[in-house]
Write a protein that binds this ligand. Structure first.
Ligand SMILES: Nc1nc2c(ncn2[C@@H]2O[C@H](COP(=O)(O)OP(=O)(O)O)[C@@H](O)[C@H]2O)c(=O)[nH]1
Ligand SMILES: [Mg+2]
Ligand SMILES: [Zn+2]
Length: 290
């Protein structure tokens, strides 16, 4: 018997990194029920069935669960956007932040390619995220700027590296993990809306402990299952003020004496963040009506 974490599925086998030895063990999964529930990132109990043959007997409870990519027990997401090539889409960034918050996964924002455009060009937006309390990394995989901070952020945590395609996710990981050689620069031929890009999800164990998952770029993201009332909790600068509105079920839309709208008017909450909040709110309310 041993406990380990599923790091990948391949060819009908499950690869489990054993907690005690750090070894990766090839396992079968016999129970159909267990198989159906298994995700990369799951902690499982394995048993040696015959010489060198292991089976997965049990899945341990999950701390967190991401749907896209399907990974269990993720501690944090590093959401990478380029400052140029491609230009940052802050509404998409906020969507990634929302998905992370809804899954109780701590987000870190990484602005990459500072060799192409200085971070100062986006100081308004970066200040807004900073002010809201997000952790921010500024990097260039090309010049090496900020790479040490990126490396340190991964230590002893299970991290998903997310963001649109072409922003440098794989290049950043290759730069800090010698010997990794993830494919970079690939251009997705099918950018079908909402379509799942099937690709192997793999947990890459790190030398200092922890593990990281590289992901293909998502350009289209559905909102997580979220009620209108929960949405504000995913915007730290908005949820911080929620208690000060006249109505305690205020959605900060057009209600009188709304502390959030007042803060937007006074410039204490960035107008673009509030606009994205409104857009998401409309999307959720529309879904609730149907
Ligand atoms: N100028 C510049 N190019 C970069 C940087 N990081 C990645 N790239 C380039 O951006 C392209 C996409 O990188 P890739 O890592 O495949 O992006 P991914 O789709 O997010 O994994 C590649 O041609 C990289 O060489 C950077 O910091 N600066
Ligand atoms: Mg990539
Ligand atoms: Zn309000």
């Amino acid at each position: 018997m041993g406990v380990g974490q599923v790091v990948r599925f391949h060819g009908g086998f499950y690869y489990v990194m054993l907690q005690e030895s750090g070894e990766i063990q090839e396992c079968f999964c016999r129970g159909r029920l267990i198989k159906k529930r298994l995700l990369v990132g799951d902690y499982v109990v394995t048993r040696e069935a015959a010489a060198g043959k292991c089976t997965i007997e049990e899945v341990l409870p999950r701390r967190t669960e991401l749907i896209r990519p399907p990974v269990a027990n993720v501690d944090q997401s590093i959401i990478v956007f380029a400052l140029q090539d491609p230009k940052p889409n802050f509404q998409l960034l906020d969507r990634f932040l929302l998905i992370s918050a809804a899954a109780s996964i701590e987000p870190v924002i990484c602005f990459n390619k500072t060799d192409l455009v200085s971070a100062a060009a986006y100081s308004k937006q970066i200040d807004a995220y900073n002010g809201a309390g997000y952790r921010i990394l500024v990097t260039s995989a090309k010049t090496g700027e900020g790479l040490e901070g990126f490396r340190v952020a991964l230590i002893r945590r299970v991290t998903v590296v997310a963001g649109p395609s072409g922003v440098g996710k794989s290049t950043l990981l290759n730069a800090i993990l010698p010997g990794l050689k993830l494919k970079t620069g690939e251009i997705s031929k099918k950018t079908g809306k909402g379509r799942h890009i099937t690709r192997l999800v793999e947990l890459l164990p790190l030398q200092d402990g922890g593990a990281v998952v590289d992901t293909p770029g998502f350009t289209q993201l559905n909102l997580p299952v979220l009620t209108a009332a929960m949405l504000a909790n995913c915007f730290p600068e908005i949820s911080q003020l929620s208690g000060e509105c006249r109505f305690n079920d205020c959605l900060h839309k057009s209600e009188p004496d709304c502390a959030v709208r007042k803060a937007v008017d006074e410039g204490r909450i960035a107008a673009f963040r509030y606009r994205h909040y409104q857009n998401f709110l409309a999307e959720i309310l529309e879904k609730e009506r149907r």
